[in-house]
Design a protein around this ligand. Structure first.
Ligand code: HEC
Ligand code: HEC
Length: 376
């Protein structure tokens, strides 16, 4: 029996909440992805999106009437017939569950969405050495570029796909006048069929998943070092790591992390200490044995031996050259392109090479976005 005349109750409250959480978390993750400083939030929204997507797949297998995959209409001829009727504006009746177009739409959201979530988690592990896949960083960091492309293109596709979906709903609403816009708000559709009902178990499971996704979000958003975001890399204490490097090279500037330049660059730099950026460093400044030991340490920890994102991107950008200054490298220039030359002239900064002026934890080789502050 239908409770409301002329209408069928198709989407119970939990289905509607799940739908909107999926839509909003994707939008938030998409928007936050454009600012590196919000990577943390991007990951948190991505987790909500992922948990809800996973639940929507379970829902498609075990959920209530109209939501399950076996009620989807995926035949090609159904789809063609549906569009023909729609274009001619003949078929004004909408099915209670998913029509052929929205069946396909949902399947593609689930597939592409899963690709986005998985590639995102892998990318976070491989490139940033963070999160649940951080262990993959060590051996697989060179795949970061491929994963990045998959993640980005899939996300753009899903954003485009969402626009098509919204357009479809608006066409239904204003051209075919089926009142579709309100179905995902009120749960009712103007059509024929039986009302859906949801079991107490289904309802509790839905709320449990909704709660789970919100808790995951909260946990990630408030704690900088959560299970979902902790990093493989601890801050480096160069004094403990290598006393001579910290003492002798740290005399005029903070230690430049060895993983930022390739071995050939360090060789050039160490061979040319008597003309080091207009400074003459002699054996009175740094003894022969210190030099040898520093050189060995720089070689052993050069960019080729690191699986950090920065090392990988520096190497790719440097190619076969061997610059001795990081700020000359194209990757460096690209990441700092938004900073105007005047900024470097400030008394608090003075030089591009004064990395520690803006990267407040530079001395521990930490260049994370949360640790950047451009001084006035
Ligand atoms: C006598 C002072 C002094 C000492 C000692 C010194 N440096 Fe430097 N270093 C400089 C100056 C000055 C610059 C140029 C900074 C600028 O461009 O503003 C520089 C720049 C650098 C740069 C380039 C920074 C960039 O990316 O643009 C690297 C790398 C570097 N030094 C490494 C070392 C290492 C390794 C040692 C120890 C073997 C060392 N320095 C010891 C004075 C020193
Ligand atoms: C005037 C301030 C300033 C100085 C000086 C500066 N940086 Fe940066 N750096 C930034 C800002 C701001 C960003 C973030 C850019 C963005 O995300 O859009 C950044 C980003 C980076 C990144 C990319 C980090 C990431 O995870 O994406 C690296 C690596 C980096 N800086 C290294 C250096 C090094 C090495 C030096 C010194 C040779 C240096 N920076 C000097 C402000 C500065």
């Amino acid at each position: 029996m239908n409770k409301k005349k002329g209408y069928v109750f198709v989407w119970p409250i939990s289905t509607r909440i799940i739908h909107w959480i999926i839509a909003l978390s994707f939008t938030a993750a998409f928007v936050s992805s454009f600012t590196e400083a919000y990577l943390h939030h991007h990951v948190a929204f991505g987790w909500i999106f992922g948990v809800m997507l996973g639940y929507r797949i379970l829902w498609g297998l075990y959920g209530p009437r109209y939501a399950t995959f076996n009620t989807f209409r995926l035949g090609l001829s159904d789809l063609i017939w549906y569009f023909k009727e729609k274009i001619q504006n003949r078929w004004r009746k909408i099915p209670a569950g998913h029509n052929p177009a929205s069946s396909w739409f949902t399947i593609i959201v689930l597939v592409i969405g899963s690709i986005i979530v998985l590639s995102g988690l892998l990318l976070y592990g491989v490139q940033e050495a963070k999160g649940i896949f951080l262990f993959l960083n060590k051996d697989h960091y060179t795949h970061m570029f491929v994963l990045n492309d998959v993640h980005i293109y899939a996300s753009y596709f899903l954003a485009f796909w969402a626009v098509i979906h919204i357009s479809g709903v608006l066409i239904e609403q204003f051209y075919h006048k089926t009142g579709m816009l309100f179905a995902m708000i009120t749960g009712y559709k103007r059509t024929d069929g039986e009302d859906t009902d949801i079991s107490a178990f289904g309802l509790s499971a839905s709320y449990a998943f909704i709660l789970l996704s919100i808790l995951a979000f909260y946990h990630i958003a408030v704690s900088p070092d959560s299970f979902f975001t902790h990093s493989r890399y601890a801050p480096i204490d160069y004094e403990k790591e290598h006393a001579a490097l910290s003492r002798d090279c740290g005399e005029c500037h903070k230690v430049y992390p060895p993983f930022m330049l390739p071995r050939d660059s360090w060789k050039r730099l160490m061979d040319g200490l008597d003309e080091h950026f207009n400074e003459r460093i002699t054996e009175l400044n740094i003894s022969k044995s210190s030099r040898e030991s520093i050189r060995a340490y720089l070689y052993a920890n050069s960019a080729e031996h690191s699986s950090r994102e920065i090392a990988c991107k520096m190497l790719k950008s440097i190619g076969s050259h061997s610059p001795i200054s990081t700020s000359k490298v194209m990757y460096w220039r690209e990441t700092h392109a938004d900073i105007t030359p005047e900024v470097y002239k400030r008394d608090s900064i003075k030089s591009r090479a004064n990395c520690a002026a803006c990267h407040i934890d530079f001395e521990h080789a930490n260049m994370d976005d949360v640790n950047i502050h451009i001084p006035d």
